[in-house]
Design a protein. Structure first.
Length: 156
């Protein structure tokens, strides 16, 4: 079932990326960090995200997705993109995948139910990783701003 879902996603990848990018570009007020980049650049970034989703599904391992998310989410948070905005982008991507893959293939009822469950599960992983990374980076930034709050060196 996972290989079939990965194949369907891969076959529809360019449509999924374009549809998600269009939604983000149509509502730039919701996505200010993405307003300065081109449509093509955004599609490329989304393609990388979708590739991680597909690889995770194909390998039947969430580790691929988690490793990718840790890297990308950390980069985006450090560059000043808010966790809320990152989540909005991934919500658009998630809904677009569901719409493009599941709604476009109503004849695959069993695949659709399994696909919906798998994609919803991956979206939950994303939310958990995003919250964890955001907290980690916030604590890191706080400790850099308040070095006096760190314990004194022993033996001085």
């Amino acid at each position: 079932m996972n290989n079939q879902l990965a194949a369907v996603l891969q076959a529809r990848l360019s449509e999924i990326c374009s549809a998600a990018a269009r939604q983000i570009f149509e509502d730039k007020n919701q996505f200010p960090a993405y307003s300065a980049i081109s449509f093509e650049t955004l599609c490329g970034q989304l393609k990388n995200s979708f590739d991680a989703v597909i690889a995770s599904i194909d390998a039947n391992s969430n580790r691929v997705m988690v490793n990718y998310l840790d890297k990308v989410v950390t980069e985006r948070l450090r560059s000043g993109v808010s966790a809320t905005e990152i989540m909005r982008v991934y919500d658009v991507c998630h809904k677009t995948m569901l719409k493009e893959v599941i709604a476009s293939n109503p004849e695959y009822k069993l695949l659709n139910d399994s696909a919906r469950q798998k994609l919803n599960y991956l979206n939950k992983i994303l939310r958990v990783r995003l919250v964890a990374k955001n907290s980690e980076i916030s604590e890191e930034e706080q400790s850099l701003e308040n070095p006096s709050s760190s314990p004194p060196e022993a033996g001085l």
